[in-house]
Design a protein around this ligand. Structure first.
Ligand code: ATP
Length: 233
């Protein structure tokens, strides 16, 4: 479904991503793990069209997207939940969801709002509330609901657990599994390696801009080097 081949990303003279290749197949959860600054966000932003690669290719459902505009990429079925959620403060929960649907103009919008509110009942309770008043976990749910409103085939999640209490982290990860069960493919970027690999079909380990290890979620969870570097021994 998504194929990243020999990707290079540079910021001026700094090379953030060096010759990275990986793929995501339909129906999978694929986790990309790595320490702070390893380059995870750069990869996601490059896939979304927000950063241009200095080399390599990105294909989504057989079509090259590395030169496409971000909104065209969303329209092809790829949607990103950014690190730090970035809900639109000053807009209500409902209005934030509407922003996620701004490229749509079809007859199934109403049922999709209802589906998001069924999946996240707390958002329904707070439908008319300013999104800035939500807790961190609720904002993460809103950011995910907003992304789902574009009906993505592939959902890109950037550190959904960041800054959340353990109870919210468990809830968010179980929602990610539900999203997969309902047919949306997921590329998940996380520093929380344990949770991210537990729900992943496959995973990749990124270190200073390079992929150093890959395997099934289970293989990586039990790998000695992953245990030592990312799972506290
Ligand atoms: P984090 O968990 O902090 O988000 P990350 O693994 O997502 O880290 P990136 O944010 O992709 O890593 O950063 C990779 C490298 O690129 C880092 O060295 C970072 O300082 C650098 N970098 C990222 N964005 C920029 C930018 N806009 N300009 C210059 N350097 C950048």
């Amino acid at each position: 479904m998504l194929k990243v081949e020999n990707l290079f990303v540079k910021y001026g003279l700094i090379e953030a991503i060096h010759d990275v290749s990986f793929h995501v197949e339909q129906g999978e959860i694929v986790s990309l793990i790595g320490a702070n600054g390893a380059g995870k966000t750069s990869i996601l932003r490059t896939i979304s069209g927000l950063v241009r690669p200095s080399g390599g290719s990105i294909t989504f459902e057989g079509k090259a997207i590395e030169k496409e505009a971000p909104q065209k990429i969303v329209m092809q079925g790829l949607s990103q939940v950014p690190e730090g959620r970035h809900v639109f403060a000053g807009l209500t929960v409902q209005e934030n969801l509407e922003m996620g649907a701004f490229l749509r103009n079809d007859s199934e919008l109403k049922q999709d709002y209802e589906a998001v509110y069924r999946r996240f009942p707390v958002l329904k309770e707070r439908k008319k509330q300013d999104s800035a008043t939500l807790s961190g976990g609720e904002q993460q749910m809103l950011a995910m609901g907003r992304a789902l409103m574009s009906r993505p085939k592939l959902l890109l999640l950037d550190e959904p657990s960041m800054g959340l209490a353990p109870i919210f982290i468990r809830e968010i990860f179980s929602i990610i599994e539900e999203i997969k069960a309902q047919g949306t493919t997921v590329l998940l970027i996380e520093q929380n390696a344990n949770m991210a690999l537990s729900i992943a079909d496959r995973g990749y380990v990124l270190e200073t801009g390079k992929i150093v290890l890959e395997g099934t979620g289970q293989e990586l969870l039990t790998s000695e080097s992953v245990k030592k570097a990312y799972l506290g021994g």
